[in-house]
Design a protein around this ligand. Sequence first.
Ligand code: SF4
Length: 360
Amino acid sequence: MSLIRNTKNTEKVIGIPRAMSFYHDWAFYYGFFNDLGVKIVLSDSTTKQTLSDGCALVVSETCLPIKIYMGHIVNLLGKGVDKILVPSLQSIGPKIYNCSKIRGLPDLVRNVVKRDFTMVEAVLDKSEKNQGFYEYLGEIAKYYGIKNAARVKKASKAGWRVYNNFLMMTKSGMRYEDAMNYALSGKVFIQDRTKEYPISVAVISHGYNIYDERASMKVFDKLEAMNARVFTALQLSGEQMQDGLKALGQGLYWANECEMSGAAGFYLKDTRVDGIITISAFGCGPDSLMIERMSRKSKRFGKPMLNLTIDEQTGEAGFITRLEAFVDMLYRQKRNKITDTGSNSGELAGQRVRFENLVQ
Ligand code: SF4
């Protein structure tokens, strides 16, 4: 029998696992819960212990992000948090669905975490229930005794403010963690891209695979050390990702199709980008379908693609070796192009990065 209590008490503390949708929504939740006067307790960054706690709870075939998520629930419970946000993000638009694990996250947690706590398990379902984002936020607020729709709307505006500032900075090319830190402290800086790189790659993956440094093995630092500029979906607008989907001849079915296929399609066409790196979790059904299609299209666009799969056994040495080999190949390809055309445009022109303070 599950020990999870779903009683809706009025204690204003929420635990947020630093996993899964956290990497998309944290800026929003920060503004939203602060405005509602709900104290946020975040789980700690992913460690070996987080992973081992998560792996102990689910069958080994489960994908890495879900194992990590379970480990973060254990971490929050260890901090004494007894009310944790476990959303059920079913569908983000008409007939646009998340994978079954994301949709059934509350059931998954209920069945494997036999501890006494309250799950704040709001549902977002724009297909079957026509239950949109404000209904979803309203459900969350009810756990804190807040039933006034106008109050929830006001808090959501505070959430959007932080989120939009965050996106504005990532679109300017700022790294995820820098943009997040500025946004949470109420600042906006636009990165001036004066640094030039000899090569550029687009990294295509879910936020939870690449912004969790343990899961991604600090892929951005590694690419930076190889002097490669990195593009991600966070630098693109919704329209650019829709363009990318069209370039792949693909419709929208999976909720994360825009950040995966849309971004890949856009960067396959983008002449600034020399190669594409996909990072997906072992056993991920939606990614295997999307990446297969991207790989086929990459050949048509004549752009090299490296597909990396991660799980809890992935060794850092092998991961780096594959990255280095791919980046070396891109350098060679670029050098050959420069030699063929007699251009020296691949040389470094500067290393300076300047930030301009726009809004305080
Ligand atoms: S989309 Fe893939 S990686 Fe993400 S939760 Fe579902 S199966 Fe796991």
